[in-house]
Design a protein around this ligand. Sequence first.
Ligand code: C2E
Ligand code: MG
Ligand code: MG
Ligand code: MG
Length: 286
Amino acid sequence: EARRSNGGTVCRFEPAIAQATHQRARLVAGMREAIARDELSFAFQPLVDLNTRRIVQVEALIRWTHPTYGPQSPAVFIPLAEESGLIGALGEWGIETTARFAAQLARETGRAIPVAVNVSGAQFATTPVLSQLLAAVDRNGISPSQLLVELTESVLTDEAKLVRQLDEIRNAGFRIAIDDFGTGYSSLSYLHNYSVHELKIDKSFVQKLGSERYSAKIVQLCIDLAGELGCAVVAEGVETEEQVEILRDMGCPLGQGFLFSRPLPQEEFLQLCNAEQVSWSACGSN
Ligand code: C2E
Ligand code: MG
Ligand code: MG
Ligand code: MG
């Protein structure tokens, strides 16, 4: 009403909360259309061996540019998709698209580099994630070991249904990574319910390495814990050479972050892999 009376363009008279509600509704509507019109995409970020800098894995990160509001952060629209029920369709699209990319990556590089897809807790609760994964590898002619399922630590509970779902996913040959490790409030006993392939140390700790003793201790604990559990460990959010040095000293073999590469559009990521391939053959280490 405030808008109509002042010409329909200014909404500064709306209380902030109502504005936020409108904005949410607009985003949800936009997301629904984006899924239908195939406007979503993925950016791909490499995980590298901290010693050789070679790409050992890839993470698919969803991207969405709203036709009028511009690029949207997944940290904002993924939670909205979860609340509005759109996460089911979005998640299924994500699994299929990731599998298609994993197939292309293997074809074009000659290496079956595993690709990670983020799967939210709401997807496990409301959709058949395992069936979607199996259908996607089948359609794209890849092996389950070429896909990693990333879920954040806070999703882990001792809920029997989730434990069973993750067991089945692992037994089918897919790999499982725990994302944002160290920020969840899961107790170690929860972690014990699951057998995972990879812990990804949250970037908030990695970024304070060298400046905050507490963070360094958490990072070391995560590395040691991964060793105890017999799973791989990755540092997220690596931005400086100093962080690389500290991480290597601590015994962390893998990293992901802007220092190595920003998340890249598909074509650029393939170019990066191919350039790497060339330099590795040139120095005879291939
Ligand atoms: P995440 O899975 O922990 O992904 C890592 C985030 O850190 C990404 O943000 C990435 O762009 C960012 N990042 C990578 N390296 C650096 C660095 O060196 N410094 C800094 N400051 N940031 C770095 P992004 O793409 O905005 O994604 C945010 C979150 O949204 C993801 O966190 C993930 O939880 C969620 N997400 C992204 N794509 C999907 C998806 O397809 N499905 C679901 N369910 N969630 C997704
Ligand atoms: Mg992730
Ligand atoms: Mg993370
Ligand atoms: Mg996250």
